[in-house]
Design a protein around this ligand. Structure first.
Ligand code: TRP
Ligand code: SF4
Length: 333
């Protein structure tokens, strides 16, 4: 395996919590980005399974099932174990050790001020978020990143405060113990706002998501029913793509020529909504078809998937061990 891929170089670290099956929103917001990063940088992508317990410690039953499924989705989407390191957080105990040590020097006020923390405590109902673990979420995340000396952390907007906190924590560590831990920067994922079948943001909890392994007939049916500009009641009523939820998928998937034709057809009532959506749907189906095939192959070879994760874990482990050797040494253990 080629380790030093990067011209210009840099170490990319990112993780995803295994909370359920992945959908088109994950592909467009995150996975496409990861797949292209692996060509340019040394990449570490991991299953953040401990992080699930920060909010769901009462129901850990499906974490390991979701972890395996998620890695299959990653591989099907094009993550290549020859080009990146794929591993599982909970298999590398150094994450816990570094989180413990970083926690010693992290002021509680920094964590309480964290916007994601405040927001989730207000918004998430039905779960106990009054734990030490949930407050300390960003400390564990900082350990995840710093353990591999990540320089770039591809994340969505909601995670930027966590990367900022990681920088603050690294700086504080370095001030006390010497410059050991490089400060990473967030690499904002392109994350287009992917609409779900009901026009709201695509999300598992809204039941409006297109699963990565959804079959073409189902994709056609569900996207074919997607909401459009409400002014287009009859075929002869003109509309405007800017008021059409489905058109946001056209913008992601269609060629410039198609966009132009669709816009013209919509405004002049020259095209029906279903025909219009079919132009976009064929691109979605075309992108997901090969993914679905690879996904099915992987599902038949769970042993292969386990081997990939085991090999990645071994490589990550070596890096983590070396960082911790330096960290302990710096503190004086
Ligand atoms: N908190 C991230 C999320 O919910 C997941 C995550 C855990 C992560 N550790 C990380 C992301 C380290 C980037 C780097 O999306
Ligand atoms: Fe949307 Fe196309 Fe219908 Fe216009 S014609 S409202 S862009 S689906």
């Amino acid at each position: 395996m080629s380790t030093s891929t990067g011209a210009g170089g840099g170490i990319v670290v990112s993780g995803m919590r295994p909370t359920g099956r992945l959908h088109l929103g994950h592909l467009l917001g995150t996975l496409r980005d990861w797949v292209s990063l692996q060509e340019k940088f040394d990449c570490y992508f991991f299953v953040a399974d401990w992080h699930v317990l920060t909010t769901d410690y009462e129901r850990p039953e499906r974490v390991s099932e979701f972890s395996a499924e998620m890695v299959m989705d990653w591989l099907a989407a094009g993550l290549d174990p020859e080009r990146c390191v794929i591993f599982q957080q909970s298999a590398i105990l150094e994450h816990a050790e570094l989180a413990l040590l970083l926690g010693m020097l992290t002021p509680v006020s920094w964590l309480e001020r964290n916007p994601t923390y405040k927001e989730q405590r207000e918004q998430i109902q039905g779960r106990d978020l009054s734990t030490f673990g949930f407050l300390g979420y960003p400390v564990l995340q900082a350990a995840d990143i710093l353990l591999y000396r990540g320089s770039k952390v591809p994340v969505g907007e909601d995670q930027v405060p966590h990367v900022e906190l990681t920088r603050d924590i690294a700086r504080r560590f370095n001030n006390y113990y010497g410059s050991i831990l490089p400060e990473p920067e967030a690499l904002l994922s392109p994350s287009p706002r992917v609409p779900g079948t009901d026009g709201r943001k695509m999300s598992k909890s809204y039941n409006n998501a297109i699963a990565l392994d959804e079959d073409p007939a189902s994709i056609e049916k569900r996207l074919g029913r997607m909401a459009t500009d409400p002014r287009r009641v009859r075929l002869t009523d003109p509309g405007d793509p800017k008021d059409c939820p489905a058109f946001r998928l056209h913008q992601i998937y269609c060629t410039d020529d198609e966009i132009e034709a669709v816009t013209e057809g919509c405004k002049t009532a020259g095209i029906g909504c279903l025909d219009c959506k079919k132009i976009m749907i064929k691109h979605v189906v075309a992108e997901l078809a090969p993914l679905r095939e690879r996904r099915a192959d992987l599902a038949e070879n769970p042993e292969r998937v386990r081997e990939i994760v085991a090999a990645g874990t071994e490589r990550a482990q070596a890096v983590a061990r070396e960082t911790m050797r330096q960290v302990r040494d710096a503190i004086g253990f």
